[in-house]
Every structure is written in C-alpha cells, then in structure tokens.
Ligand binder design. Structure first.
Ligand SMILES: C[S@@+](CC[C@H](N)C(=O)[O-])C[C@H]1O[C@@H](n2cnc3c(N)ncnc32)[C@H](O)[C@@H]1O
Length: 279
C-alpha cells in the first residue's frame, strides 16, 4: 500500500531542495525536534504538569522522564524536590536541560541524573517508581516494533509495581496530510523569527504518518539557520495501546482523556495511559 500523497507536491519539492542544498542541518527520526527552538515552540505548554506532579508525589522515588528534552517536565519535578532521571538521545537537548537545572540553585541539580540514550535500549542506575513519556514522544518511535522495544526497556528499569504515564494522541487524520502546515513565530527575547513548515503522508494500512518539515531561524545580523526534519508517527488505537501494554508486562489502570482525570472516550483528542508493571 502506497502512502497517501494527496498533499501539496510543491511542499515536498521545497523540502527536498533544502535537504540537498548543503545549507541545512538534516535531522531524521526522533520527532525531528530542533533543540535550539524547542522552548520557543513548545515551552509554554504546562497543562500536564499538575497531573504529573501529583502522580510523582504518590509514587516517590526516582522519576524517569522519557524523552526529557529541554526539561519542560524535569525542571518542575526537580523544583518539587524529586529525584529525576532525564533520558534523551539528543546531546543538545541534554545540554540545555543541564543549564536550566544548574540555574535552579539549592542543589537541585544534584537530584538530577542525565542519561543520553535511546528509549528502546537503556539502563538507569536505580529503578524508577514512575516513568513519564509526554506529548506524543512514544508515537515518534515510528513503528510498533520500536514501541514494543521501548516498553520492554521501560519495564526493566521500573521498580516492582512501578507506574508508567504515557500521553499520546488518539489516532486521527493528520491535518497537514492535505495542506502544508506553515507558521511563523517571533521570539521577543532574542529578536529571532522562526518559520516552520510541515506536511505529512499518511499510510492508513500501517498506521503511520511520514512527516517532512523545515525550520528556518532568522537572526538579527547573521545568516539564518536552516533545519530540515523527517520523521514518522506510529499511531496507536486505544485497544492496540492496551494490548501492547499487556504484552509487555503492564496492566492498564486508567485511560484518561485529559489531565483532570476524565476517562477517554470518542471525543478525546489525546489519551493518557496510566499503567502498572506486573512482572
Ligand atoms: C516532544 S519532545 C518532549 C520533551 C519534553 N518531555 C516535553 O514534554 O516537553 C520529545 C523528546 O524525545 C526525544 N526522543 C525522541 N525519540 C527518542 C528516542 N528514541 N530515544 C530517546 N529520546 C528520544 C527527543 O530528542 C525530544 O527531546
């Protein structure tokens, strides 16, 4: 089955030209995130933080932040006094988190262990009581096989009865599959201007969306930075998620549709799985 390429072919031409131009930093996989602009694009999102802090307070022990990025969750967890193990494969994301943790003061950075590793295969120094995987990071693994490997790795690194909190979109047609998504963002702090474009090709047979994107960052007084990004989402239907968790040694305790504790249903945009390690 060929992917649905109903989108705008010109977008893909721009993408491929940029990728081959030699001017762009090309990033494949891992959600295509550009660490330098992550906070500008996503840093304001705070809706999930109270929910995670309350689960962390119940769990105690080290909290494992899976795909920790620049620390959007790690920093509030450290502020709340938790020990945090922040795992991310991107060294630049790790550097940015490290700077933020040092700026917290009060010895907070001593409660932080940073691990640069792939979610599919890692080992942390002490078993975690709670692992959190936010904002679709689990879907960026790109295939069911990779998601299975990641769950097996998480289970091995959780304490007996430890919990996993997993936040992913309910599968839906990707809006950028028909029209390219284009946006610009101004950064008042630095004067940067960011131009972002993305388009995806959906493969309904495999349940994957293949995304191509570019990010151009304009600066005052110097050449722009150009990034091109290419990654795959592997969508999971609610029942698939439940089966996947069960097959990897987890019991699904709750499937929520929001951070206030309401159950997911057919109107939900996202699903938040809270699962317990069973073996
Ligand atoms: C959407 S960001 C989430 C960052 C942060 N947790 C938050 O909520 O803002 C996804 C992060 O996961 C990391 N990531 C993606 N795939 C990964 C993998 N296979 N192994 C380790 N880290 C991964 C990326 O580098 C990125 O920092």
């Amino acid at each position: 089955m060929t992917p649905d390429t109903a989108g705008n072919p010109e977008f893909f031409d721009v993408f491929f030209d940029l990728a081959e131009s030699g001017f762009a930093d090309v990033r494949r996989g891992f959600g295509g995130w550009v660490p330098e602009v992550y906070d500008l694009m996503e840093g304001d999102f705070e809706d999930d933080i109270p929910h995670i802090l309350s689960l962390a307070a119940q769990a105690g022990g080290p909290i494992l932040d899976l795909g920790s990025g620049t620390g959007r969750l790690t920093i509030p967890l450290l502020r709340a006094g938790h020990e945090v193990i922040a795992l991310d494969s991107d060294p630049r994301m790790q550097e940015m988190l490290s700077l933020k943790a040092s700026a917290l003061g009060g010895g907070a950075e001593k409660r932080l262990t940073q691990i640069q590793a792939d979610l599919r295969s890692f080992r942390i120094p002490a078993p975690a009581r709670l692992a959190v995987c936010s904002t679709n990071t689990f879907l960026y693994l790109g295939s069911l096989g990779a998601q299975r490997e990641a769950l097996a790795a998480v289970r091995e690194n959780l304490a007996e009865g430890g919990r996993l909190w997993l936040d992913v979109f309910v599968p839906k047609p990707n809006p950028s599959a028909t029209e390219p998504y284009l946006t610009s963002l101004a950064d008042p702090e630095t004067g940067r201007l960011l131009l972002y474009g993305a388009q995806s090709r959906d493969d309904h047979f495999t349940g994957q969306s293949h995304v191509n994107a570019f990010t151009i960052v304009f600066h005052q007084g110097r050449q722009p930075d150009i990034f091109v990004q290419e990654w795959t989402y592997s969508w999971l239907h609610p029942n698939e998620l439940r089966l996947l968790l069960e097959s990897e040694g987890f019991e699904l305790l709750e499937l929520l549709g929001d951070y206030e504790g309401d159950e997911a249903d057919d109107t939900s945009i996202q699903m938040i799985a809270i699962a317990r390690k069973t073996r």
